[in-house]
Design a protein around this ligand. Structure first.
Ligand SMILES: NC(=O)c1ccc[n+]([C@@H]2O[C@H](COP(=O)([O-])OP(=O)(O)OC[C@H]3O[C@@H](n4cnc5c(N)ncnc54)[C@H](OP(=O)(O)O)[C@@H]3O)[C@@H](O)[C@H]2O)c1
Length: 318
């Protein structure tokens, strides 16, 4: 089969497209003929091996040479112990271990996958799983009128968070590069902040919820931007800040009544189905930036690494 290959951590030049033997599903796996796969910020991290948590399971080199976690495709075969799916079923979801998806075929556990709604194309379905699940988890409990700040709003997860928060009736401030301001306003953001010229953590007592996808501020600083009873959720960012937030969160809560915590987003079929239901009913939509054929995966990674994408980059397979 043809597959994108990454044998070491580095810049987009380490990604090439080559041949691998077809995978054979284990008894508890299904074999998917991949029709589309999308890239997330985690794929950029898994490319460079930074932050450090992206090397879990592959300290010196990626443990699976095939990158890519979000896929949509058709079941080509099932293992002996799988009764839930049959060849021909259309499925989508996030792959366990966050790798293996940028290939014509992938053998994986069916537990995390869901049936693709017939009204969604493979491209649309592949753009949902990780970004949609991040948004679904981080916006639970948002009420109409809440003030929500999304840091890193122009990326894969951020755009989905903006869309869901607006659907829930929030007033949304979107933080990212200045040249993404029009794009963010188009997604519904009420206000945009250019992170290069303005520090949102100076916005004292302003937000009910802060969703931080690119955390690099001390937990002792970010809580000041929260209103009384507000929550700061760290989704991704520097490992040092992640550890500091885990450690300091309980003390900050005890002292201020504000929640400052790391938000874990489990790979979950239930979350995927819940957020996909919101997509099919038109409450929120995955935003597609560009679609590349598999053979142009290195170019797709170059765009992702440069941060030039506005929305999801999708790789389409024949
Ligand atoms: N908590 C969990 O369980 C969980 C699960 C899955 C993923 N994640 C993590 O979630 C994180 C975000 O994912 P994603 O897919 O949304 O990432 P992404 O697509 O890379 O988006 C990040 C966005 O932030 C922008 N940005 C860069 N530096 C910034 C700064 N200093 N201030 C504000 N914005 C800045 C980026 O702009 P440029 O592109 O121009 O740099 C980009 O638009 C990743 O770290 C991923 O590992 C967490």
């Amino acid at each position: 089969m043809r597959a994108a290959l990454q044998d070491r951590y580095g810049t987009p030049e380490v990604v090439r497209v080559g041949d691998l033997p077809d995978p054979v599903p284990a008894a508890d796996q299904i074999l998917i003929e991949v029709k589309a796969a999308s890239l997330n910020g985690s794929d950029r991290e898994n490319l460079s091996g930074r932050p450090f948590y992206s090397r879990v399971g592959g300290l010196r080199r990626p443990r699976d040479p095939v990158p890519g976690s979000d896929v949509a495709g058709v079941v080509a075969a099932v293992g002996n112990a799988v009764s839930e799916y049959a060849p021909g079923d259309e499925v989508f979801g996030e792959l366990a271990g966050y790798r293996g998806g940028l290939a014509e075929l992938v053998a994986t556990s069916p537990k995390l996958l869901a049936r693709k709604p017939p009204g969604l194309s493979f491209t649309e379905a592949a753009a949902i799983p990780q970004a949609g699940s991040i948004a679904y988890r981080s916006t639970r409990g948002v009420r109409p009128g809440d003030r929500v700040l999304v840091n890193g709003a122009g990326g894969a997860g951020g755009a989905f968070v903006v869309g869901l928060a607006k659907h829930l009736g929030a007033d949304v401030t979107a933080v990212d590069r200045a040249d993404k301001a029009d794009y963010l306003a188009g997604l519904g953001a009420d206000d945009t902040v250019d992170f290069a010229t303005e520090d949102w953590s100076d916005h004292r007592d302003r937000y009910d919820l802060i969703v931080d996808l690119v955390a690099h501020r001390s937990p002792y600083r970010v809580h000041r931007a929260l209103r009384k009873g507000g929550s700061y959720l760290l989704l991704g960012g520097h490992t040092r800040i992640l550890l500091a937030t885990l450690t300091a969160g309980p003390a900050i809560r005890a002292a201020t009544g504000k929640q400052v915590k790391v938000q874990v987003v489990p790979q979950s079929r239930e979350d995927l189905e819940a957020v996909t239901a919101l997509v099919t009913e038109g409450a929120v939509a995955p935003v597609i930036d560009r679609i590349y054929p598999l053979e142009e995966t290195p170019e797709a990674y170059a765009r992702l690494a440069a941060g030039d994408n506005q929305g999801k980059i999708v790789i389409k397979l024949p």
